[in-house]
Design a binder for this molecule. Structure first.
Ligand SMILES: Cc1cc2nc3c(=O)[nH]c(=O)nc-3n(C[C@H](O)[C@H](O)[C@H](O)COP(=O)(O)O)c2cc1C
Ligand code: SF4
Ligand code: SF4
Ligand code: SF4
Length: 595
């Protein structure tokens, strides 16, 4: 039945945490109270991507885009928009640059340069209803594979598409499947890597929450292609919404004969189970992940043999990332040629990024490979928060490096990011401005890898800890000039001698920041200064003659170390000051010097 209006409510984790669940309930109650539940259908959707503006409600067919909607706004939306056909102006998104309301969602600056393949169904369908996925050509690719294509045909299509793994390393997906297909074995497995351990990254979670069937369909297609009858999704237990939706999707797919025995009446059978991880970063490494599925401690083992040939329980296993999987059904339906017409020479298709940090429009974005960082930060991201200068963007998380202003126009793809000392990684992108200290940022990543190292091999375990200690010393003003060479030497050794990718890539943030921000390292070591004013041990706060004695600083100081009479110049007791900077932020008279 067709409805007059569709009310799409984002129920991704971000919006849920801002009370989108309550908003949904309230809208439901208001529709009933107004007696219009037959005219407007309320739809729970996955993430819209524009998380900065959540909770988001989009009304169709007029495409009204409501942002920052609170549960108590439900009454007005129903009474005004649904009943009287008058959109609620105060809730409609307006471009900050022009204060104008875009005509439709695609015209919003945040969306204009995006291209959604992986996120095609997120925010469009209710992920809890399989029919909605089917209505968007869902399971059409599986049907096409089973009835119109041989396993060789499917493999060729994936190879021709040029799809490369989105989990970090960018290995060609078709080649990987080809290895597994080429091995004789009584049992083969398909695994989805949904561990997503990178700090700040939530691309995979959003795909699973917003479009779980696309991953199930893709895994079944891979099973048909390589001759596997069993699949596992390894997902971290901290993703309860994604887990619930996956469980529901698996049950629905089985009920429809799209998973399980004799899929769609053919002799192909394929089943999928979930395995929950405890959230250790190293368990995202493929050999550690497989060990964890087998019930062993999640520790990497040397490769080769690669899992494609000898994986789960010693059997050939295809393991791909969530985003890689989500591309597969579209490639089969639209063809390799269509897919590889998008992107760059070496990197085809799109990439999803979780854009965070000092950016106006933080959120989840999907762009064609080859989009420049400038387009991402300034056109899609709306520029740097507070209009400050752009300093760097960290891509690839703890395995990556930073992109500096001189590379803003570099088209983003696997090779170009590597050539400038960064990495695509799985898609975390953290934007930094002049207030971010690169030593501090590097220390953060190194602390993360040191904590997450499994400790199996010495270069990673000892090298990582030693580098962290050196950085810590530098950030406390106790660094020495020789430390820079030491960091480089240890970094090179870790890259060469560590057993797995965690240790091999852990020095990347150090190497990258030392290359592009050498001056900042030197300022810490030689001048005892942190140019960004972040490293506490090097800071001092004092009050100058601009002070009018308003007392604002004294009132916010958490240790009460500022004294002075009203309308008299104040003073800071340097022995007691904990250098929190609250007074500096509070003073309206530029009377506090930070040195
Ligand atoms: C320490 C470490 C953590 C990793 N974490 C993930 C992860 O969370 N998700 C993921 O898909 N790949 C992760 N990877 C990469 C996987 O080992 C593997 O390359 C990937 O799952 C292959 O899928 P793809 O070809 O589709 O990218 C990690 C690798 C390392 C070394
Ligand atoms: S490199 Fe680090 S995480 Fe990897 S096996 Fe060695 S100690 Fe473990
Ligand atoms: S907030 Fe500024 S002007 Fe007011 S007392 Fe403190 S230093 Fe002086
Ligand atoms: S930096 Fe913090 S502790 Fe020190 S004077 Fe200012 S508010 Fe007080």
């Amino acid at each position: 039945m067709a409805y007059k209006n569709y009310i799409m409510v984002c129920t991704g984790t971000g919006c849920e945490s801002s009370k989108a669940g309550q908003l949904y309930e309230n809208l439901n109650a208001e529709l009933k109270a107004a007696g219009v539940e037959e005219e407007a259908q309320l739809v729970k959707t996955g993430c819209f991507g524009f998380c900065e503006q959540g909770p988001i409600v989009k009304i169709l067919p007029d495409e009204t885009f409501y942002v920052k909607v609170k549960p108590e706004d439900a009454k007005e939306i129903v009474a005004e928009h649904i009943v009287k056909g008058r959109p609620v102006d105060r809730l409609i998104y307006k471009e900050p640059s022009s204060d104008k309301t875009p005509v439709d969602t695609d015209n919003i600056g945040f969306y204009r340069k995006q291209f959604r393949i992986v996120l095609r169904n997120c925010a469009v369908i209710n992920p809890e209803i399989i029919d909605e996925y089917i209505a968007r050509d869902g399971y059409g690719a599986l049907e096409k594979a089973l009835f119109e294509m041989s396993p060789d045909d499917v493999l060729q299509e994936i190879k021709d598409s040029g799809l490369r793994g989105r989990g970090g390393a960018g290995f060609p997906t078709g080649t990987k499947w080809g290895f597994t297909k080429g091995v004789e074995a009584d049992q083969k497995y398909i695994v989805c890597n949904a561990d997503e351990g990178d700090p700040g990254a939530y691309m995979d979670r959003s795909v699973l929450e917003g479009d779980p069937h696309s991953v199930l369909e893709a895994m079944a297609i891979a099973g048909y292609t390589v001759g596997a009858s069993k699949g596992f999704i390894y997902i971290r237990a901290e993703y309860p919404l994604a887990i619930d939706r996956l469980n529901l999707a698996i049950a629905q797919a089985k009920e429809y004969g799209l998973l399980g025995d004799n899929i769609l009446g053919t002799d192909f059978s394929f089943d999928i189970e979930l395995r929950l991880g405890a959230g250790a970063f190293v368990c995202g490494e493929e050999t550690a992940l497989l060990a964890s599925i087998e019930g062993k401690r999640g520790m990497p083992i040397p490769r080769p043999p690669f899992p494609a040939v000898k994986g789960l329980w010693g059997k050939p296993t295809v393991i791909n990332n969530v985003e890689t999987w989500a591309n597969i059904p579209v490639i089969l339906l639209k063809g390799a040629k269509w897919f590889n017409s998008i992107g760059t020479e070496t990197s085809k298709g799109t990439k999803v990024f979780a854009l965070t940090g000092k950016i106006n429009n933080s959120g989840l974005i999907e762009v064609p490979m080859g989009t420049t960082l400038r387009e991402i930060i300034f056109d899609i991201g709306g520029g740097i928060a507070g209009g400050k200068p752009f300093k760097a963007a960290q891509t690839g998380g703890p395995s990556g490096g930073c992109i500096t202003p001189q590379f803003l126009d570099t088209p983003i793809d696997y090779e170009s990011l590597m050539s400038i000392g960064s990495m695509m990684g799985s898609g975390g992108m953290i934007v930094m401005d002049e207030d971010d200290c690169m030593i501090d940022v590097t220390k953060f990543y190194l602390e993360f890898t040191v904590d997450e190292s499994c400790g199996k091999c010495a270069p990673c375990r000892i090298g990582g800890r030693t580098c962290y200690n050196i950085l810590d010393r530098i950030s406390k003003g106790k660094g020495e000039v020789e430390d820079l060479q030491k960091l480089k030497d240890i970094g090179h050794a870790m890259r060469k001698a560590s057993l797995c990718g965690l240790g091999q890539t852990a020095p990347n943030p150090v190497m990258s920041t030392m290359k592009y921000f050498e001056d900042e390292y030197k300022a810490h070591i030689e001048d005892n200064k942190c140019p960004a004013g972040k490293c506490k041990d090097m800071l001092s706060f004092s009050i100058n003659d601009n002070c009018v004695g308003c007392t604002a600083c004294a009132r916010v100081c958490p240790v009460s170390c500022i004294s002075g009479e009203v309308k008299q110049k104040h003073v800071i007791d340097q022995d007691k000051c904990i250098k929190c900077g609250q007074c500096f932020t509070k003073c309206k008279f530029e009377a506090i010097d930070r040195a």
